[in-house]
Design a protein around this ligand. Sequence first.
Ligand code: NAD
Ligand code: MG
Length: 397
Amino acid sequence: MRRITVLGATGSIGQNTLDVVSRHPDDFQVFALTAHSQISAMAELCLKHNPQYAVMGSQNAAAELKSLLGQQTSTQVIYGEQALAEVSSDGEVDVVMAAIVGAAGLSPTLAAIDAGKDVLLANKEALVMSGQLFIDHAQRSGAKIIPVDSEHNAIFQCLPQAAQQQVGTMELTEHGIQYLLLTGSGGPFRDLPLDELSQQTPGAACNHPNWSMGRKISVDSATMLNKGLEYIEARWLFNCSRDQLKVVIHPQSVIHSMVQYTDGSVLAQMGEPDMRTPIAHSLGYPERLESGVAGLDFTQIAELTFKQPEAQRYPCLQLAIEACWEGQWATTALNAANEVAVAAFLQEQVGFTDIAKVCDSVLQSIQADEADSLQTLLAIDKQARLAANKWLQEYAQ
Ligand code: NAD
Ligand code: MG
C-alpha cells in the first residue's frame, strides 16, 4: 500500500489520477488532496477518497470546504503554502503527484523532491523555471522523478532501464541514443489560415482536437508554447544537447513521442490520447496498472502523418527553443511572461497572437543574469511578470 498526495487534485490531471487510483484500492491510499479555490469539486473528492488532509489556497476557501463537509469525513482541512509543503513532504507519504498548474507548483514540488519522495511530474512549469536546481535537489535527496507529461512519459518508456534510473543525469549517447523526437498535434489552429489567428477566442483555443485538458495548457497547445515548455522539460529530464532534441507535428496524437537509436531503430510509445495511460504508468512503474483506457484499434487509424512546425504559425515554440539554450534566466522569464499573457488572453484582454508578442518583449527587456538559486529564480519570475503586466497596461491604452 503506497500513500499518495495529489497536488492539484481538482484539475484535469488530478481527477484523472484519482480515477486511476480508485481502480486500485489495495495499492494506494490517498493521504492528501490539494486545490486552490474549487470548493465543491474538492468536497466531492474528499467524500469519495477520504484523505487525511485537504489543502485549500486560502483561509476562506478552507472554511467553506469545512462547512460543506460537516461531519461527513474525518478529513482535516488546512490551507496555504506551508500546508502544501507539509503534505508533500510528510513522513507518511510515499508518492506525490505534482499536478498544480504553473509556477505555483514549484515550492510544493520541490518540498516533495527534498523529502526524497517518488515525484510523478505533470507540473512542467516547475521544472522549466528551475531546471538544474530541480535536478540537483533530486540528486541530493535521492527522490525519484517519473515524467507524467505524455511525451516525456513516452520517451521514458522507450529508454533502456539503466537510463530510466538516471533521470536528469543520463548520457544519451552511452545508451546508444542519437536523439529524442517530441511529437505534438499542432493544436486546434494547425490548419487555420495565418491571417485568422489573431481573431481566435479563448473558447476556440481551448477546443483541442485530441486531448481534454485544463485551460492554461490548452492555450499553450494552441500557441505550441506547450511544446516549447516540453522541449525545455525534456532537456532537463533526459540531459539532452541541442542536436539530441527535435520536435515534429503529428496531428493524430497516436504516437506520443519517440527515441531514435544510433543503429537506426526508432522506439515509439503509442496509445489513445488519454492521460490516464501515462498517469497509470507513473503510478505503477515498473509494473503496469489497468488504467481504464481502451486499447488502440489500428483498423480505425486511417493514417499517421508528420510535418515540421511552421515558424510563422508558432512563434512561441521558437522563442522557447532559443530560451532553452540561452540560459536558465530566459526559460524562467518566458514561463512567467506566458502565464501572465495566457491569463490575459483567457480574460479576453488581449488577442491570441499577442501572447507571443508579450513573451518576446519580456525576454528582450529582462537583464540576462545568473539564475542558480531559488531566490534568483523567483526574482526573475517576478521581474518577468512585472514586465508582462507593463506590456499589457500599455496595450490597453
Ligand atoms: P487544471 O487547470 O485542470 O488544474 C490545475 C490544478 O492546480 C487545480 O487543482 C487547481 O486548484 C490547482 N491550482 C491552480 N492554481 C493554483 C495555485 N496558485 N496554488 C495551488 N494550486 C493551484 O490543470 P491541468 O490541465 O490538470 O494541468 C496541471 C499540470 O499538468 C500543468 O502543469 C500542465 O501543464 C500539466 N499537464 C497537463 C496535462 C493535461 O492533460 N491536462 C498533460 C500534460 C501535462
Ligand atoms: Mg504533453
